[in-house]
Design a protein around this ligand. Sequence first.
Ligand code: ZN
Ligand code: FE
Length: 253
Amino acid sequence: MRAFADNYLWLAHGRGSARGRVAVVDPGDARPVLAALATQRLVLDCILVTHHHADHVGGVTDLAERAAVPVYGPARESIPGRTVALRDGDRVTLEGLGLAFDVLEVPGHTAGHVAYVGHGALFCGDTLFSGGCGRLFEGTPAQMLASLDRLARLPPDTRVYCAHEYTASNLRFALAVEPGNAELAAYAARVADLRSRDEASIPSSLGLERRINPFLRTREPAVREAAERHAARPLADDVDTFAVVRQWKNEFR
Ligand code: ZN
Ligand code: FE
């Protein structure tokens, strides 16, 4: 479901007889969650949080109090109402849903950001977006590159549930970096069509992201050469390339 201008709050449904129970990921606002629970007759089982930003945790306290449900979130960040603190390598077993997710620490956007992986889905908050990645508010380019590399190693058919609909503007930038990438151009046209009908471009897939997302492609010669032209200097290594591309995106209009 949607919140604010461009946030997505995802519901993970339980399996089998638990189909009517859900986990909500990153409820920045309680209202759309409560509305969805009421209209779809769903029961909230728990709350999963990726990082501490207000557009991801704003509805946590309200929901947790009304529904008396556990709140899972990164151990290294201050998360309102958190009842289970998660570290890298932890596994979240949601018995009420018949679901389990592996926890990956993916610092960069924030210092303790976590992602949840399971059942062919990746909930990556503001770390990886379709065609882009989160801004480096608390982490270094080296940390973010390492985090994105970890996500990129997941199976290619993994569905990417990121927290924002930034795809169209990300792809405008991606095309500036890699104008010769035919699959990227085709994807940008597909997304433009979806967005013109106000349809979501998410979920994406990791396989697609590896082929079109400049932040997963800093080792591609075309991306590195574009970054060197933009920086007007030779780049030392992959982290240097990543840092230049991230900074270029920050300034891109
Ligand atoms: Zn954020
Ligand atoms: Fe966000």
